[in-house]
Design a protein around this ligand. Structure first.
Ligand SMILES: [Zn+2]
Length: 167
């Protein structure tokens, strides 16, 4: 039998009747599930197959600028000084140096920041979704993606030190 914390359903009802703003919504995305990941911490798996080029998720997020004092841990870099804090399950998607998905970002004519996760190749039910974080060298950290083409660091390919010398 499903268990519910005392009062939780009341609180959920209350929050539905009294939405307090965009960030309180945190919608559940269809076709994705957050799980413990073999790559690192939590990860996101597909709950249905995707074909190459298919939209996996329209990221829900909140745009912010340098100086706003926002927790930047799950934020995407959009443009100089402009970021997008992911507030849905997509924030748990791990990096891979050989990712099965890609990240597309932009700013609409009306000034709204958008981000999409798109399949780069066919993805099966249960596959973990990943994209290339492409961190600048100053933010690079060790990578545990385990792919044969792992760069060893979560870093933008173009910022790899001594990239040409290694080939
Ligand atoms: Zn890697």
């Amino acid at each position: 039998m499903a268990r519910t914390l005392p009062g939780l359903s009341d609180r959920l009802l209350w929050s539905r009747r009294h939405p307090i703003g965009h960030t309180a919504r945190v919608p559940l995305l269809k076709d994705l599930r957050v799980v413990r990941s073999v790559i690192d911490g939590y990860g996101v798996v597909a709950t249905r197959p995707f074909v190459a080029g298919e939209l996996i998720a329209d990221v829900d997020g909140v745009a912010w600028r340098d100086g706003d004092g926002v927790d930047d841990r799950y934020s995407l870099w959009i443009d100089d000084g402009l970021y997008f804090d992911m507030v849905d399950q997509t924030r748990w998607i791990n990096h891979s140096c050989d990712p099965n998905a890609g990240l597309e970002t932009g700013v609409s004519e009306a000034g709204a920041v958008w981000a999409k996760i798109v399949a780069r190749r066919a993805i099966s039910t249960g596959d973990e979704i990943s994209y290339d974080y492409a961190f600048p060298a100053s933010l690079a950290e060790p990578c545990r993606c385990g792919s044969p083409s792992c760069r060893g660091m979560i870093i933008d390919e173009d910022e790899m030190p001594a990239r040409s010398a290694a080939r």
